[in-house]
Design a protein around this ligand. Sequence first.
Ligand code: SAH
Length: 266
Amino acid sequence: VPVAAEPAAGPAGHVTLVGGGPGAGELLTVAAVAALRDADVVFYDRLAPHQDLPSLTTAELVDVGKTPGHHKVSQAGIEELMVNAAQAGANVVRLKGGDPYVFGRGGEEVAACVRAGLPVRVISGVTSAVSVPAAAGIPVTHREVSRLFTVVSGHAPLTEDEHRHLTGLGGTIVVLMGIGTLHQLAAGLRRAGMRADMPVAVIERGYQPGQRTTIAALGGITAAAAGCGNPAVLVIGEVVRVAEANRGCDAAAAELDRLAASLVGA
Ligand code: SAH
């Protein structure tokens, strides 16, 4: 179905927002695979597992991906494309990285469909907030180490209040989109009283070739992560030390050796 088609006289199509997981085809859900198989057109993001799409669907594939600061198609433009295609009768899949409702603007896209009177549903995905730390052997909670985790967007610097609240919570802090503001975050958490020896992990390109984990104490993370780039998930908390115990089931053994060495005596 051509994306720019006029609304057909026949029945309208519908829209399915699909969470594609952190980028590994194997972490697509069964529901995601079924939705892709049945789609006429798929609008996908840069962080969605799009390399696998040709083997999963015969749908028309449209790249609406963004790299930070370079919006290929504006959010309004994406919503218009989706709505127009569904009004033309297409079965539309909007494939997003991770989970559609975790910093994915899924709520806005659902609202656009509802405004247009189109049936819409959401298929949850495996969020990078949990799965990318796991790829580095880091559990976001661990008995007697952390009983809560907070997921924060680092897209813009946090406020002093937020630094204070996060430090006061005492659990795991997971930051998405946090590479650009890492130095502000580290400094802010220190000002709020977080210990300089709190371990921090930066996991770049989870589940992708070139996945890399950088671990340092909070006081030294800005220097240690100077060469790190997007996409990356940051984990701040004692759970980073637990990765050490999980080395047997993880590929990040070399980094974990460094962790053990750098945190001894910390
Ligand atoms: N909805 C997505 C998050 C979108 S925000 C989810 O639930 O995962 C985009 C951010 O997600 C990136 O800046 C990065 O912080 C994180 N991210 C997504 N996929 C990633 C991956 N494979 N490796 C590392 N970080 C990833």
